[in-house]
Design a protein around this ligand. Structure first.
Ligand SMILES: *Cc1c(COP(=O)(O)O)cnc(C)c1O
Length: 408
């Protein structure tokens, strides 16, 4: 039997059925009218934000990285909970516009922004996190042409990365940001253009569970921001310190020590160099805010045995949950947390492999896990489905189409 990832805290059962948002998930499935279904718990997200607010220094604003989950009702919930939004495409700009978010609180990072995307962002008053000198030149020229004073920040490619992070986004040659030593010259170009100078964006990595590593990276980001501000010779209005807080997905993962991150950041805020005295700071988080609030539900369509192994075949799969299938940036496939939602908490009775309905051996939601006996008609739950699930999976593959999403 292979271990399953840890089920996030806060999930219980009513009459043997997984509960979410105060009701058994079977109620939401009925309401949705079909499976598969992504269910997101508003309470879970509210609790997570409250934990962050109480752990982090008040000076640190909280931004939501929209790409983790751009479901419009979830964005509307986030509007009342966080201080800003980070987007990574013109498509996400249209999504946040549609959700009624204040665009002055939005910043736009990401390589390869097209002219049309730059123009839409500039006209909307969105802050651009510039990824290269070429992008800066295009943004400045577009702003002049449309007659809008652009809000420009510079994404710095730091010389350090986030130790132990699942996805490294800094350190060495990268398509993201501008190498630190070239930043001061670009700051002067931006300011000389008459743009509104919005500071630095320093993002070194993602999905870290080691609080010390996150705190060290934040300290390095602050030191770098101070050094670059000094060299640029202008006060730094704003600094996005990146994010990187991860969530446990796999067997043996443990939650990050959030109070420790908060304490270390508070100590750093108390000892800021003069050049950062009036700087506004934020961190940007995606999965840490919403990942554990989501559950993916699929119905078992068939139960079969092959060479003595039990397969529970569901109506879901990697077209909605690419990451849980192990095909989204993982080297070794390990099991996400999963359970039989309609027999939640029942003792383990057998080893079973939960697969999707796609004709590919990659389509495994749980490999040789221990589960209660389940049959066709039962619901399977895959946890940690609130981030990079619906939006980061190939839902058109094999003509399957997207899953229903609900925020409850
Ligand atoms: C993807 C991304 C994030 C969010 O990452 P999470 O691991 O979901 O917190 C934040 N900032 C930038 C620049 C990103 O590219």
């Amino acid at each position: 039997m292979k271990a399953l990832g840890p089920i996030p805290s806060g999930f219980g059962a009513v009459d043997g059925v997984l509960e979410l948002g105060g009701s058994p998930v079977t109620r939401w499935v009925e309401e949705a009218g079909s499976t598969p279904l992504f269910l997101y718990s508003a309470d879970h997200i509210r609790r997570r934000v409250a934990e962050l607010r109480s752990a982090l220094p008040v000076r640190i604003a909280l931004h939501y990285a929209v790409k983790a989950n751009p479901f419009p009702p979830l964005l509307e919930l986030m509007r009342g909970l966080v201080d800003g939004f980070d987007i990574a495409s013109g498509g996400e700009l249209e999504i946040v516009r549609g959700a009624g978010l204040s665009l002055a609180q939005v910043s736009f990072a990401g390589p390869g922004k097209r002219d049309s995307e730059l123009q839409a962002a500039i006209e909307a008053g969105v802050t651009l996190n510039l990824e290269s000198e070429g992008e800066a030149a295009r943004a400045i020229a577009i702003a002049e042409r449309v007659g809008v004073r652009p809000r420009l920040a510079i994404r710095v490619n730091p010389s350090f990365d986030l130790k132990g992070s699942g996805m490294k986004m800094g350190g060495g040659a990268k398509p993201f940001g501008i190498d630190a030593e070239r930043v001061p010259a670009l700051v002067r170009t931006v300011i000389d253009s008459g743009a509104q100078w919005r500071g630095f964006h320093i993002f070194a990595g993602s999905q870290a569970l080691d609080a010390e590593a996150v705190a060290d990276t934040q300290a390095q980001a602050l030191a770098l921001a101070a050094e670059l501000a000094q060299q640029s010779g202008v006060p730094l209005p704003h600094c996005n310190l990146g994010g990187g807080l991860g969530i446990p997905y796999f067997p043996g993962d443990t939650p990050i020590d959030l109070p420790l991150v908060g304490e270390r950041l508070a100590a750093q805020m108390a000892a800021l160099p003069d050049v950062l005295r009036d700087t506004e700071f934020c961190i940007e988080l995606g999965r840490y805010l919403v990942g554990e609030a989501g559950v993916y539900l699929a119905r078992i369509v068939d139960r079969k045995v092959s060479h003595g192994e039990v397969f529970l075949v569901t109506d879901g799969g990697l077209h909605h949950q690419l990451a849980a299938s192990g095909n989204f940036g993982t080297v070794v496939r390990r099991n996400y947390p999963s359970a039989i939602a309609t027999r939640f908490g029942a003792p383990v009775a057998e080893e079973a492999t939960i697969v999707g309905c796609l004709c590919t051996p990659l389509d495994r939601l749980a490999d040789k896990g221990g589960f209660p006996r389940a049959d066709a008609g039962d619901l399977v739950a895959v946890f940690c489905a609130g981030a990079y699930g619906a939006s980061a999976s190939p839902s058109s593959f094999l003509g399957q189409g997207p899953a229903v999403e609900m925020l409850v």
